[in-house]
Design a protein around this ligand. Sequence first.
Ligand SMILES: [Zn+2]
Ligand SMILES: [Zn+2]
Length: 392
Amino acid sequence: MRRKGWVDGYDCLIIPHPYPDELLSSWLTRTAFAHGYSLTTFLSLFIKHDGSALSRIDLDFNDTKALISQLASKCHLNVQTLQSLSLRSEEGYLFEGDSATLYPPKQIRKLKDKRTHYGLMFCPKCLAEDSQPYWRKQWRYLFYNACPKHRVFLMDRCWVCYERVRFSKMKPSEEIVYCSRCEHDLRQTLTHPISMEQSFGIQAIEWFEQGLKEGYFEINNTKISSLFVFHVYNLLYYKIASLKDALRFEAFPMIDAYNQLYSKEAHYHSKKATLIYKNFYLTAMIHQLFQNFPINLIQFAKDNNLTHRDFLHSTKIAPFWFKEAIDQSIPLQDTVGRIISENEVKGAIKYLKSIGKNINQKNVADILGCHFTLHKQFVALYKTMALRYGRI
Ligand SMILES: [Zn+2]
Ligand SMILES: [Zn+2]
């Protein structure tokens, strides 16, 4: 019978230097390869826990305290240095703490998620420039869909055989850049450049990246914790995405390109890159809504007939500055939206009568789901009807 952890007493001999923005799984894979083992074998041999199970989970997000302290002592590295490689180290800045959860929050991409991407994402040019190629933490952030340095879209698979990147499947080699299925060098992947018109998307990534690094954003000359900004990022992300191609955002420079992605999505072959483009545009739109806060946001709400409910309904907690802006400037109910007909008013009156409730402007408006004084067209209609029919 094989004994697990049989080299438990040995220390790692060759320890690659971890880069400050490197993913823990990237550094672990480099360490495994430096010993001549695959990641799975390395973890089974050197780590007391069940190594093969460890290589199947999301090493970068899992609660890795035990693993990290073990690695730190075996590799003679500082615990803090290794902890900073885990995506958990962004807790309190990028996402709220909930150590019980095994799955990353929305701000961090899962290893595989067909709604946002295919597999682990990367910039081929960054990998090509590295003296020792390594995989960045930021490539897993939902807002990070292009490389600001090289101005190219990130890739989410091997573009020769379409296999997704999995460190646990890679064969040991000098560098962690070879596709696990076809062994194509991922550094040579053809990239899609960012056009001049798409530059605002790069600015958006840089703005979010900078805020995350600092731990705060400056919005309306007020310092706002990055955690709150990313919380609102999520709210806006889902709101905008849910509008699909019915979205109206005249001020957004590439609204047509964004809307076209929805028609492209219907065709199987063009589906591959659209998710990355879509998230690139979504991030740029959210960035734009944060500018001139809350003026752009209010205009956006008006153009899309969004009400207070649309922004705050799905969330129990909203940061106070965001809630304040919504409370002050975005109507509680449908005040301008749809046109209400005379028959609807008659129907509402009939209904109120049938349940024995008072017939007045407020109660009728409540039935119709509009505001009883702010919805001007309703107010005018109700008044003419009252004049025409006497006291209704
Ligand atoms: Zn790059
Ligand atoms: Zn491949």
